[in-house]
Design a protein around this ligand. Structure first.
Ligand SMILES: C[S@@+](CC[C@H](N)C(=O)[O-])C[C@H]1O[C@@H](n2cnc3c(N)ncnc32)[C@H](O)[C@@H]1O
Length: 429
């Protein structure tokens, strides 16, 4: 008789270390977990939320996350033996997600890494070759004596980028590209936080050294290799990653049992701005037109660009109608005249996502969504309550709305004032 083959899977708890998390919402203070430190993503929710959602729903083989971010849902699902399908509009983040959940031949990654280090360590490439259409603030001399990267730092960065681009094997190339991208902000003269970026204090007196790129990249790759090897035996190794706008691509995603996600909050936080440095430095953006296209593909949760904000009229007497009415009364005090229209458009977009999900999910399949309220000129936008009221119009019934006890204002809320975050659980009728 043939000996029984036993497969030892790596447990979800080995990854999370059975830690106590202060909140399952978007958790600024949570300690860094393996994989999640490759590129810190403050707006991520805790993987424990994914476990809770999957356990509560039961009989889950496939899960959808239409707003992938740093890939928390996708990665946690793999640990839990569930196949993830995810969409992400930001190409750097989409690559970050896929870099975490793809399969690798570790020896091939090590060979690729060695080749890149041989070609790039201590070397330079002219930044002008790589940043032809980028804003002039990127590289020294910059604008008004301000620049994100000194010439030396940028030249070292591009030596790595070009060595990586010459590699064979898409998974290795993607992984190393993402890990190089993760050095861009720490090697820049800026700090990126909350709603944007600012120059570090004393950035001219304490310049970043070009060798910092060598050190950060090599350290990043070694630690990622450690994570990949240690957590290789996840219960599910399959996945689907779609790049682009969830509003357009949801119809293509494979059907699933449930969805777990956190959409951008309608708080005027434009993720494209926040990831701008990586997007340009890694060649995801090559011109102003591409930048604009990417912004237009994001959910209508911000007013950074002028665009079509048309939306269906709210149902008479609904909470959304009352909220839009209250915003109209403070129109003159709003810091941007498009805010009221943006809020209406936001609910139109989320409604379209819910309707799309109702077609992709099985009967009684659930949606777990983390949403955050907003406030403009003293008027509350009770996002969770509005969505709970709207859910039946999109094929869902409300199971529960559970506020998170947020220890501090969430990064999705700009880190400043306290606004509540809520877990909405919906079931497909
Ligand atoms: C709050 S984050 C998701 C965080 C994620 N739950 C995690 O744990 O990492 C929202 C994400 O939605 C993405 N996004 C914005 N508009 C989108 C769109 N139209 N389609 C797909 N993704 C979009 C943003 O780029 C951002 O990564």
């Amino acid at each position: 008789m043939a000996p029984a083959v036993s497969t030892a899977y790596v447990a979800f708890e080995e990854w999370t270390g059975r830690r106590d998390v202060p909140t399952l919402g978007t958790n600024a203070g949570a300690p860094t977990l393996p994989f999640q430190g490759w590129r810190r993503f403050k707006e991520a929710f805790a993987p424990e939320l994914v476990r809770l959602a999957i356990e509560e729903t039961g009989r889950v083989e496939r899960v959808i996350d239409p707003f992938g971010g740093s890939g928390t849902t996708a990665l946690a699902a793999q640990f839990l033996g569930v196949r993830p399908s995810t969409i992400e509009v930001n190409p750097f983040l989409a690559d970050l997600i896929e870099a975490k959940i793809a399969r690798y031949e570790i020896d091939a990654v090590v060979r690729g890494f060695t080749q890149v280090v041989e070609l790039a360590h201590g070397k330079s490439r002219d930044p002008a070759e790589f940043l032809t259409n980028a804003p002039p603030t990127f590289v020294e001399p910059g604008v008004n004596d301000r620049y994100l990267f000194s010439k030396d730092v940028a030249a070292r960065f591009f030596a790595y980028r070009s060595a990586i681009e010459g590699l064979e094997g898409a998974p290795t190339r993607r992984l190393l590209k993402v890990l190089l991208g993760a050095t861009a902000v720490p090697a820049s003269n800026a700090l990126v936080s909350g709603k944007g970026r600012r120059y570090r204090r004393h950035w001219k007196e304490t310049p970043v050294r070009a060798a910092a790129i060598d050190e950060m990249f090599e350290h990043g790759v070694l630690s990622a290799l450690f994570d990949l090897r240690r957590f290789e035996a996840r219960r599910c190794r399959d996945y689907e990653v779609l790049r682009g706008d969830a509003r357009a691509r949801l119809a293509e995603i494979e059907p699933a049992d449930m969805a777990i996600f956190s959409p951008p909050y309608p708080n005027s936080f434009d993720y494209t701005d926040v990831y701008n440095i990586e997007l340009w430095m890694m060649g995801y953006l090559n011109g102003a037109a591409e930048n604009r296209r990417l912004r237009e593909a994001t959910l209508r949760s911000h007013v950074q660009i002028k665009r079509d904000l048309s939306a269906q009229a709210p149902l008479p007497g609904s909470l959304l109608e009352r909220t839009l009415g209250a915003l109209a009364t403070v129109q003159a005090k709003l810091w941007n005249p498009d805010i009221t229209a943006m809020i209406a458009a936001y609910f139109d977009d989320i409604g379209a996502i819910l309707t799309g999900l109702s077609v992709r999910l099985r009967e009684c399949g659930r949606v777990y969504m983390v949403v955050g309220d907003s406030r403009y000129a003293g008027v509350d936008v009770p996002v969770a309550a509005i969505l709970a009221e709207q859910a039946p119009n999109h094929g869902f019934e409300l199971v529960r709305a559970e506020p998170f006890r947020s220890m501090r204002a969430s990064p999705q809320q700009g880190g400043g004032h306290e606004l509540s975050e809520t877990l909405l659980v919906l079931a497909r009728g």
